[in-house]
Ligand binder design. Structure first.
Ligand code: HEM
Length: 508
C-alpha cells in the first residue's frame, strides 16, 4: 500500500489525476511503482452485476443516497424493494447485502474457515492500535477468543456480582435525586455511566465511578471512537490519509488518553501479578486473564494485543448494553401495561428488598428477560454485520468472489411476519408462551448477539446487567417519557442508538 508521504509526493509531482482516479477506483500502488497501475484490458465480467439493486452514479455509485447515520434503515428499505440479496456500490466498492436469516446464520456459522469480518474493520483498527478479539482473524483470533471465553465463565460472573450490586446501588441513589427533584434526564447518557462503571470494573478491576461524580471525561473520550471508526470502516477510500476532519483529530487525541489510562492499569497489574507465584494466581478480571494467558509454547499476549483487547472490551460492552437499556425504557414508556407487569414481577420476586440480593434472585425475572429479548428483536443495537468470504462462495445460487464486502442486514428477518406474528408489535409474552399453531415464532430470525463460533461472548454479562438494572428500576421508580421537539430516532454509528430520548422518574 502506498504510504501517505509517497502518495503526497506523487500528488505534488503532477500525478494528481492518477492518484485521485486511483483512490476512487480503489486501486493501490505497489512498492516501487512510479505511476498508476493500469486496469486489465480483458477484465472478466463482474459476477455480481446480475444482482438487483439501486441505480447509482458513475464513480460515486450509491454514495449520495446513503446517510451513514441511517445506513441500517436504508439497507432494510432496499431489502423490501430488491429482495433478500442485492448489491449496491460505495464508490468503486461493490457491496452485497443479505437479509435472509437462514443465509445469515450459515455465513456466521461458517467462520473462521469460509468467512471473516469485513477486512476494513481489521485495517482501520490496526491504525488505531485497537484490535482485539473482535477484529482478529485466524490463529490470533483463536488464541484471544479462548482467553476471552475464560473471563466470561458463569463462575466469574457470579464472583463479579457484588461489584455489580455496588454499582447498581449507586445508580439507585443517583436516580433517587432525579426523582425527588423531578428532573428531565437524558437516559442514554445515564445508562452509559452505568455500563462504563460495570465494564471498567469487569475489564480491569478499576472502580471508575462515573455514577457518583460529575466528571465524565473518560466516557466522553470513549464516545468519540465508534462514530469515527464507523465512518472510516465504510469509507470508499482512506481519505484520512490526506485530510482529517476536526472530529477525527479530536478522536485521536481522546484515544491517546484512553491508551495512557489502560497502559497505566496494565503496568500496575503486571507489577501486582509479579509479586505472586504465577501458577497459583486465579485471574480476578479480564486484564489479569489476558496477562496470565499462555499458548502451548508458553508465549503470552503481546502488549499491543493486551491494549487492543481492553479497548475492544470497553467499546463492545458499553454502547451495546447502554443502548439496549435505553431502547427498553423507550418501549416500556410507550407501553405502560408492560411496565406495570415488570413492576409486579419485581415486587413478587424481591419482596421488601430494593435491589436483587444475589444471582439466584436475578434468575427469577422471567418477564423482565422476555422484555429484554423483545427489545433486542425490535431495536437490535447491532442491525448490520460486516463480513467477507475468504474463498469464492455461492450464496442462494449466486457466485460471490472471495473478498467481496458483505453487509448482513441482521434485524430485517426479525421484523417479518413470516418469522414473528405481529412482527412490529411489542409483545414480550411471545418469548414466554408456547406458540399457537397459527402463529410464527422463528427464534433464529432474531440474532442480536450474532451466531456461530464468534457469537457475542458478553451476552450473559449483558443480560445480567439488564435484568439487575431493570429490577432495580421497576422496584423503585416509574418511568415516563418527556416529549421533545424532535421525535425519538434510530441513529446508526456501528451500534444503533436512540436520539432525543428524555424521561422523568417518579419514586414508587
Ligand atoms: C446487549 C448487549 C450486546 C449486544 C447486543 C452484543 C452484540 C454482539 C454482536 C452482534 C457481536 C458479533 C457476533 C458475531 O459476529 O456473530 C458481538 C461480538 C462481541 N461482543 Fe457483544 N454484544 C453485547 C454486549 C457485550 C458485552 C457486555 C461485551 C463485553 C463486556 C461484549 C463483547 C463482545 C466481543 C469481545 C465480541 C467479539 C467476539 C468475537 O469476534 O469472537 N458484548 N456482540
Amino acid at each position: 500500500m502506498l504510504n501517505r508521504n509517497r502518495k503526497l509526493k506523487l500528488y505534488s509531482r503532477g500525478n494528481r489525476q492518477d492518484v485521485l482516479v486511483a483512490l476512487f477506483k480503489g486501486l493501490t500502488f505497489k512498492k516501487g511503482e512510479k505511476s498508476m497501475p493500469s486496469l486489465p484490458l480483458n477484465k472478466k465480467p463482474d459476477p455480481l452485476s446480475t444482482l438487483p439493486g439501486p441505480k447509482g452514479l458513475p464513480i460515486l455509485g450509491n454514495l449520495l443516497q446513503i446517510d451513514m447515520q441511517k445506513l441500517h434503515l436504508i439497507l432494510e428499505g432496499w431489502s423490501e424493494q430488491y429482495g433478500e440479496i442485492y448489491r449496491f456500490k460505495m464508490a468503486n466498492k461493490t457491496v452485497v447485502a443479505i437479509s435472509n436469516p437462514s443465509w445469515i446464520q450459515t455465513i456466521l456459522k461458517d467462520r473462521p474457515d469460509t468467512y471473516r469480518r469485513g477486512s476494513a474493520i481489521e485495517k482501520v483498527g490496526a491504525e488505531f492500535e485497537s484490535n482485539g478479539v473482535f477484529a482478529a482473524e485466524g490463529a490470533e483470533w483463536q488464541r484471544q477468543r479462548h482467553v476471552t471465553m475464560q473471563a466470561f465463565k458463569t463462575e466469574n460472573l457470579r464472583r463479579f456480582y457484588p461489584e455489580l450490586y455496588k454499582i447498581c446501588e449507586r445508580l439507585k441513589k443517583r436516580w433517587q435525586v432525579f426523582a425527588d427533584t423531578g428532573q428531565t434526564i437524558d437516559i442514554r447518557k445515564e445508562w452509559m455511566r452505568f455500563t462504563v462503571d460495570v465494564t471498567t470494573q469487569f475489564a480491569f478491576g478499576y472502580d471508575i465511578n462515573l455514577l457518583e461524580q460529575e466528571d465524565d471525561s473518560f466516557q466522553r473520550h470513549l464516545e468519540k471512537f465508534l462514530p469515527v471508526f464507523n465512518r472510516r470502516a465504510n469509507a470508499p477510500f482512506p481519505y484520512w490519509h490526506f485530510i482529517k476532519l476536526p472530529s477525527e483529530r479530536a478522536m485521536e487525541a481522546s484515544l491517546a488518553v484512553i491508551k495512557e489510562t489502560i497502559n497505566g492499569f496494565v503496568q500496575q497489574t503486571r507489577y501486582r501479578l509479579a509479586q505472586q507465584a504465577e501458577a497459583t494466581v486465579q485471574p480476578a478480571n479480564f486484564l489479569e486473564a489476558l496477562l496470565l494467558a499462555r499458548d502451548e509454547a508458553g508465549e503470552g499476549l503481546s502488549n499491543l494485543e493486551i491494549q487492543g483487547n481492553i479497548i475492544t472490551m470497553l467499546l463492545a460492552g458499553e454502547d451495546t448494553t447502554a443502548h439496549t437499556l435505553s431502547w427498553l425504557l423507550y418501549l416500556i414508556t410507550e407501553h405502560p401495561a408492560v411496565q406495570h407487569k415488570m413492576q409486579q414481577e419485581a415486587d413478587a420476586v424481591m419482596g421488601a428488598d430494593r435491589l436483587p440480593q444475589d444471582m439466584g434472585v436475578i434468575e427469577q425475572f422471567n418477564y423482565i428477560e422476555a422484555v429484554a429479548q423483545e427489545t433486542l428483536r425490535l431495536k437490535s443495537v447491532t442491525p448490520l454485520l460486516f463480513m467477507e468470504p475468504i474463498k469464492d462462495v455461492e450464496i442462494a445460487g449466486i457466485s460471490i468472489p472471495k473478498g467481496t464486502s458483505l453487509m448482513l442486514i441482521n434485524r430485517f428477518g426479525a421484523l417479518q411476519e413470516e418469522n414473528f406474528t405481529g412482527a412490529h408489535n411489542f409483545r414480550p409474552e411471545r418469548w414466554l408462551e408456547a406458540t399457537p399453531a397459527a402463529c410464527n415464532h422463528n427464534r433464529n430470525a432474531s440474532a442480536p448477539f450474532g451466531a456461530g463460533p464468534r457469537f457475542c461472548p458478553g451476552r450473559n454479562l449483558a443480560l445480567l446487567e439488564i435484568k439487575m438494572a431493570m429490577a432495580m428500576v421497576c422496584k423503585n421508580f416509574s418511568v415516563n417519557r418527556v416529549e421533545t421537539e424532535q421525535p425519538v430516532q434510530e441513529i446508526f454509528s456501528f451500534t444503533m442508538m436512540p436520539d432525543n430520548l428524555m424521561v422523568k422518574l417518579a419514586a414508587r
